[in-house]
Design a protein around this ligand. Structure first.
Ligand SMILES: Nc1ncnc2c1ncn2[C@@H]1O[C@H](COP(=O)(O)OP(=O)(O)OP(=O)(O)O)[C@@H](O)[C@H]1O
Ligand SMILES: [Mg+2]
Length: 250
């Protein structure tokens, strides 16, 4: 292991019941970088994040965090190790206030520390800060996603796993979220992100990884992939989209 490797998947085989989704998956992500996970629907991208967050135990292989095996560790251990997960979709307690949602996010920290950190986190999200006592469900979709990210940041994580953060957000909010992730990475946080908004995500990422049927089919610097003339065909609706328009024939 090089000293700057933060996350390492080593020949990981993992799946649901008897159906294996990740097939001997190996990759490394360096500390303080953003790694973008790409691939068609069902390729196993979310499964990679779930396996790292202990929601899925690998059948074979290993998952290392800073060189130490965390495969199959409990979520309590993983949170204590500094891994935060912002899953796909909406994951708030809608009836509870913004403040209460943040309090719940800090449950492993204790109330005193949580209350000390909440104002720090809110500095990143001024719109959410103004709605502290509104029910979370009353926030816009973008504000809710920001609250979810804020809740993860309360833990001052060393690794952030974030699954399709741009869904349902306006381009301006997406730009803010991406800018924040870049800033966190520059400060040393390791980010593993799944995102379909490929071009914008590549612009703020360091490394790109593509999966197909749970196998690694590409790993290269994000800047290189961004400059690749095949990117449109590969990731923007060409080869991977069954709904891609077919050329009309006469
Ligand atoms: N809880 C589950 N039980 C059984 N199968 C599952 C479960 N979750 C996901 N799968 C299956 O695992 C495969 C990979 O799913 P995964 O969610 O990792 O894909 P993905 O690459 O994130 O796709 P998408 O782009 O649609 O989010 C899919 O075939 C999916 O149907
Ligand atoms: Mg997914």
């Amino acid at each position: 292991m090089t000293t700057d490797t933060c996350i390492e998947f080593k020949d990981v085989v993992a799946g649901y019941k008897d159906f294996m989704i990740l097939n001997n998956l190996s990759f490394k992500a360096k500390r303080g970088t953003i790694t973008l996970l790409l691939g068609p629907n069902g390729a196993g991208k979310s499964t990679v994040l779930k396996a790292l967050f202990g929601l899925l135990k690998p059948r074979q292989g290993d998952i290392l965090l800073d060189g130490v095996s965390v495969a199959g560790a409990s979520q309590k251990v993983l949170l204590a190790q500094g891994i935060a997960f912002v899953p796909q979709g909406r994951n708030l307690f809608g009836q509870l206030s913004v403040f209460e949602n943040l309090e719940l996010g800090g449950i492993t920290l204790g109330m005193k520390t949580t209350h000390e950190r909440i104002p720090e986190v809110l500095e990143f999200f001024p719109r959410v800060k103004q709605r502290l006592h509104s029910p979370a469900a009353a926030l816009s979709g973008g504000e809710q996603k920001q609250l979810e990210i804020g809740r993860a940041l309360l833990l001052r994580p060393k690794v952030i796993l974030i699954d399709e953060p741009s869904i349902g957000l306006s381009p301006m909010v997406v730009a803010d979220v991406f800018k924040l992730l870049r800033k966190l990475a520059d400060q040393g946080t390791t980010v593993l992100m799944v995102e379909q908004n490929v071009k914008s995500a590549l612009k703020i990422s360091d490394e790109a990884i593509a999966l197909e049927s749970g196998r690694l089919v590409l790993q290269k610097p994000a800047s290189e992939l961004l400059a690749d003339p095949n990117i449109e065909r590969l990731f923007l609706g060409g080869a991977h989209t069954s709904a891609a328009p077919t050329t009309a024939t006469v």
